[in-house]
Design a protein around this ligand. Sequence first.
Ligand code: HEC
Ligand code: HEC
Length: 245
Amino acid sequence: MLWRLIPVALILVAIGAVTVGCIGQVSQRVSGTSAANYPADVLKGGGLYAEYACVQCHGVGGRSASALRGTGPSLVSNEFKRTFPKGVSYDSALVSVIRNGMISENDRAASMPAWNGILSEEDMLNIVAYIRASLPDVGVPVPGAQTGEDVYRAFACDKCHGPLGAGGIRNVAARDPGHQVIPALGGADFKKRLRSKDEVRTRLLEGTFVEEGRTGVLYGPAWGKIGTADQIEKVIDYIWEFGGR
Ligand code: HEC
Ligand code: HEC
């Protein structure tokens, strides 16, 4: 009988050790900036802020210009707080900026992408909650952007063009039949349209397709001011292989 009890005792000791380990870790985080202190919507929003490339343009903590060459405006400045004071109606104004984007008239390459249908309404509200909390560190790392595959994920290309550029994601508000689906980045059509890496580069640097006078239509964001030349070349090489070119 005793021989059966020994392993159980060992397991109990092991569980005890793990539990003590966890408690040690938790108390460490609580005393620092702890993710556990933030409401669920702020935590969710912080994850989405990194995952959907907001951080690439607006910077860590929404502080705009950063090592990541962000060109998005600060989301914590006094000017921002004056434009969007706290309140339900300004929260919905923020949701509508995220949904519809903002095309910068004098510099197309410094536009805010539209996320209509890519982010759900609830996700946009979570991000707004995160912005309202002044974009704290919730323990989500900024995605690395070294390899082409990294860049493809860090810049959220996969969110709009699908993993491996498979495409098929709807451009929910587009009226023009040629633009109702976000293009795949491989396959016969893509190869016919974009015949060289130079052509792909131009699309990436300048952004693509804007439907006049209609809100909520997605357009291809311009990445020339966000990615370094090296990151742009790597992501071009990466997508060039899609569909076995
Ligand atoms: C490719 C770069 C880029 C990405 C990615 C990006 N933004 Fe922006 N964003 C901008 C630029 C540039 C502007 C300013 C546009 C203008 O003023 O015409 C802007 C404007 C905004 C504004 C309005 C700020 C103001 O003061 O008017 C909000 C809010 C915002 N972005 C939130 C987000 C969120 C949330 C995400 C992620 C879902 C995101 N952005 C992703 C570039 C970006
Ligand atoms: C917010 C959504 C979104 C994100 C993020 C995004 N794109 Fe796009 N992209 C689009 C849309 C929408 C179009 C084309 C609109 C149209 O012509 O109908 C487009 C067009 C393109 C085109 C031109 C395709 C063609 O057939 O003409 C290329 C190439 C491209 N994107 C690559 C990328 C890469 C690489 C990334 C990441 C660095 C990226 N995109 C990130 C939405 C996005």
